[in-house]
Design a protein. Structure first.
Length: 277
């Protein structure tokens, strides 16, 4: 199905989940019941790895849309949940965590979830967080978040980062793996998760650094076969303007072709896409 066709179809349906891509790995979720969620937000400053702009510094390619989306989020009523998937700066963004701590971006009883790799940074900034290890879950009202083995971002013996199953009573369930790495997920696990998954949130392009897979897009076909979702939300986390010594070494592949029957829910940066109940 063409990239924008499902979005046009959904305009004629009753949506229960509105989703907005905020650039890089960041998502904003609005459920019809009123629950509002931020996932891996970057709301202040550029993305810098290792605290060294000379190594890698990036901003969303559509800078105007990214700035407008940031302003909208910061002017919004407080959010019900903040979900962090990884400990790297493009997920647990230091400046954003400081901004959240200094603002009223979250409700006092908001659910804040982080993997072990990000727990120290998130707790240091916000005072408290729920650390989720693989197989663990947390909930706030009708919102439930379960961690599963996500991306391997270190040596083979390293603990994998988190992917997230995000569900909400009576509303579409999301399977979120920002790096498209399903190497830690067995077929049995994916089949067992299928009843809770209506849409995949996975990258639409691969990225490699000197031959090392940073982001995989080829795993979408396996996820679609075993999870049987109705739609995929492409995460365009490589759509950035980057500088620094590492930037020219990162190779981004072509856009992924999705399996037949898997519709694409797509919208420009900062715009809203709707997932039907």
């Amino acid at each position: 199905m063409p990239r924008t066709s499902l979005l046009l179809v959904l305009l004629h349906q009753t949506a229960s989940l509105r989703l907005s891509w905020l650039g890089i790995n960041a998502l904003e979720l609005h459920y019809s019941a009123g629950t509002r969620v931020l996932v891996d937000p970057i709301l202040a400053g550029p993305l810098v790895f290792f605290d060294r702009p000379g190594a890698y510094r990036a901003t969303p390619r559509d800078g105007g849309a990214a700035a407008a989306a940031r302003r909208r989020v910061l002017a919004s009523p407080p959010y019900d949940a903040l979900l962090i998937t990884q400990g790297w700066e493009d997920h647990a963004h230091p400046e954003t965590l400081e901004l959240v701590a200094a603002s009223r971006l979250l409700k006092p009883d908001a659910l804040v979830v982080a993997p072990p790799s990000a727990a120290e940074a998130v707790e240091s900034a916000l005072g408290a967080a729920t650390t989720l290890r693989h197989g663990e879950s947390a909930a706030r009202g009708p919102l439930r978040v379960e961690a599963f083995p996500g991306a391997l971002t270190g040596p083979p013996w390293a603990t994998r980062q988190n992917g997230l199953l995000i569900s909400h009573d009576g509303e579409p369930g999301l399977f979120v793996e920002p790096h498209g790495d399903l190497g830690g997920c067995s077929d049995a696990f994916l089949r067992g998760a299928a009843p809770r998954v209506d849409a995949l949130v996975m990258p639409d392009r691969s990225q490699t650094l000197l031959g090392y897979d940073l982001v995989r897009s080829s795993t979408t076909a396996r996820a679609a076969r075993l999870l049987e979702p109705s739609a995929v939300v492409p995460l365009r986390n490589g759509d950035v303007d980057a500088t620094g010594a590492i930037a020219p070494l990162i190779v981004t592949g072509p856009a992924e072709s999705y399996p037949p029957g898997l519709a694409e829910v797509s919208a420009p940066l900062g715009a809203w896409a709707d997932l039907p109940a």
